[in-house]
Design a protein around this ligand. Structure first.
Ligand code: HEC
Length: 88
């Protein structure tokens, strides 16, 4: 396991909490997708803009989160997703 600085760890944990409130029902427990939705663990480090855009604007069956989540919350979810990604 990689060591993550405590401050980052707090952000990741906050991201997990936001994820559990808003994303969990569709994207699955601990990011483990049922196969019905996009598996967020597939996102690469270079997919930050793609992630941000999909979350803010929504995509097909996914609702837009602009105005619901703060920029900080979106950043926290991103760090949580990256912490669990297939490719770090
Ligand atoms: C109502 C169900 C639902 C909820 C809630 C939901 N999503 Fe999604 N999400 C989807 C579906 C369905 C897709 C696949 C969209 C497609 O490609 O057609 C998706 C796709 C995505 C994608 C990938 C888009 C791409 O680039 O292909 C990201 C990133 C994402 N969701 C992030 C989130 C985050 C973060 C949250 C919580 C804030 C969230 N989603 C909440 C249903 C949901």
């Amino acid at each position: 396991m990689q060591t993550v600085p405590a401050q980052n760890r707090a952000m990741i944990d906050a991201g997990e909490a936001v994820y559990n409130d808003y994303c969990f029902t569709c994207h699955g427990e601990k990011l483990v997708s049922s196969g019905q939705t996009f598996d967020l663990r597939r996102l690469m480090a270079s997919d930050r803009a793609r992630f941000e855009n999909a979350v803010r604007m929504g995509k097909n069956q996914m609702p837009p989160w602009n105005g619901v989540l703060t920029s900080e919350q979106v950043e926290q979810i991103w760090l949580f997703v990256r912490d669990n990604a297939y490719q770090k």
